[in-house]
Design a protein around this ligand. Structure first.
Ligand code: ADP
Length: 484
């Protein structure tokens, strides 16, 4: 199979969240299974400095973008056999130190930046010398490329243009812009209608992909069902129900090359299920780094992530306010909405001996939080897949999660299956329900043999990419079977 992936962020070159991890790992897994893989992504600030050996690709980029014309250059890098990264150099659009926003506000030219990105992705899919069979686009930033190839396929001689797959990593982010920006596509207006890219008189980039990609996936089976309902569908549930036959939920895998306590360079001492007592070294290092009392006996709860409404920050703050009167510690590594950042800073200043927060993005510290915590809190309002709870499982850190999306698909509560229990789950979106689960955690922590049982179940679970990559290949095969 020959596949070109298109994503606005790819680990290890750029990252704001799980999208980058997933695309980086999927590319690697497909290539090591013997497929020919390319990944197209913007050349952001700092990438060239980190990879000086980039090679120019002889495919001139000079496209109309509405009434303007925009040029760019493609540079390639081959990190492993069978995998090529294609970086799009367009300094006006991408030479920025942050990807989508500055000071909490979207860049005003995001419509242009990502239509251009989608145009380049479609162009590479059509013209790369190794002739990709599938263009796999990720999220709203790349989704319009599925429409561009759908249109291309109707032109004489292009019936066999690559088939497309869209993966929805988070339906809450759709890329909605004023209708006049449709002109940036330079397509006939035929697609601007409610069955196509129009969304309440605006243009919706994700909808362009949902309406026109040959196959659709999302990142967990439960989220695939949830997004066809009004509660989780973000206004696109009707279209998603119409396309249900083409929609599959595939749980993201974990890149165990990056996330494995047996060989993680970011933690002070390796450990495994058989050598679990060595996890304590990470706990002490974490307590030290966060300025808390270095005591292995105090149960330590961790959290990492974007401080956004999705992540259940409001109920997390309220439940901690109540629970921090108990003998426990809490550490947070995250950044996001200013009011949430302030909320956590204030929480830590009211409970300085029990709570410590680091506002910011820090890849190395995130590994130490996963390794050093006893419990990981993930009370999300919704969670398409969620990676941190899967990292927690591998690190013997018991996840406490709300029953939604991928959190439900990956964590097993004692009520569901005592033998395989690996975490604590709650359903109601309230601080009271979360506080009750934290209390259950404290009780569990006191029952060491049972706590070890949970940890070992988590550590021996397998969310590796081998299975996940195979599921994507099946989806690509079904896309190839779609008639022109
Ligand atoms: P989402 O994609 O919704 O942000 P996921 O759980 O799927 O959530 O993935 C989040 C990824 O980003 C994880 O790899 C997590 O460790 C990382 N991450 C989030 N916030 C931070 C941060 N402040 N510092 C370091 N890594 C972070």
């Amino acid at each position: 199979m020959k596949v070109l992936l298109a994503s606005s962020e790819v680990y290890p070159y750029s990252k704001t969240g799980g999208l980058a991890d997933m695309v980086g790992a999927l590319g690697k897994a497909l290539a090591s299974a013997g497929h020919r893989v390319g990944i197209v992504t913007p050349l952001y600030t700092g990438i060239r400095e980190r990879i000086p050996e980039l090679k120019p690709v002889d495919l001139p980029i000079d496209f109309p973008l509405g009434a303007a014309r925009v040029r760019g250059e493609i540079w390639s890098h081959e990190p492993s056999p069978g995998l090529t990264i294609y970086f799009i150099e367009q300094p006006d659009f991408y030479q920025r130190s942050t990807l989508y926003q500055v000071h909490g506000r979207d860049y005003p030219d995001n419509a242009e930046r990502f239509i251009f990105f989608a145009k380049v992705a479609a162009h590479l899919a059509l013209h790369l010398d190794w002739k990709p069979e599938i263009l796999h686009v990720h999220d709203w930033q790349a989704a319009p490329a599925a429409l561009l190839l759908h249109h291309q396929r109707k032109l004489p001689g292009w019936e066999n243009a690559p088939r497309t797959c869209l993966t929805i990593h988070n339906l809450a982010y759709q890329g909605v812009f004023p209708a006049f920006q449709y002109a940036l596509l330079n397509l006939p207006w035929d697609y601007f209608n409610p069955a196509g890219v129009e969304f309440y008189s605006q243009i919706n980039y994700l909808k362009a992909g949902i309406a026109y990609a040959d196959t659709l996936t999302t990142v967990s089976p439960r989220y695939a069902r949830e997004i066809t309902t009004e509660e989780y569908g973000c206004g696109l549930e009707g279209l998603l129900r119409n396309r249900a036959a083409a929609l599959v939920g595939i749980l993201n895998g974990v890149d165990y090359g990056e996330w494995d306590p047996e060989k993680d360079p970011h933690i002070p001492e390796p450990y495994s299920a058989a050598l679990l007592e060595r996890k304590t070294t990470s706990k002490i290092a974490l307590q030290k780094q966060f300025g808390l009392a270095q005591n292995p006996e105090i149960p330590l709860f961790g959290n990492i992530g974007r401080l956004a409404h999705q992540k259940g920050v409001d109920i997390l703050l309220d439940s901690l306010e109540e629970m921090l009167s108990a003998e426990m510690q809490f550490v947070l590594l995250g950044s996001g909405l200013p009011e949430f950042e302030r909320g956590f800073r204030e929480l830590a200043s009211r409970h300085p001996s029990r709570a410590s927060v680091h506002i910011g993005f820090d890849e190395a510290a995130s590994h130490l939080v996963e390794a050093g915590s006893d419990f990981f809190l993930m009370p999300s309002r919704f969670e398409p897949c969620g990676l941190n709870q899967m990292y927690s499982l591998r690190y013997g850190t018991v996840p406490i999660v709300r029953i939604t999306g991928g959190l439900d698909d990956t964590v097993i509560d004692i009520k569901e299956d005592p033998e395989h229990a690996n975490g604590i789950k709650f359903a109601e979106y309230t601080s009271r329900a979360l506080a009750k689960s934290i209390r259950k955690g404290l009780v569990l922590y006191g029952e060491k043999p049972l706590f070890r049982h949970y940890q070992k179940n988590g550590m021996t679970g397998d969310f590796s990419w081998t299975r996940t990559a195979g599921d994507y290949v099946k989806v690509y095969e079904s896309a190839l079977a779609v008639s022109p």
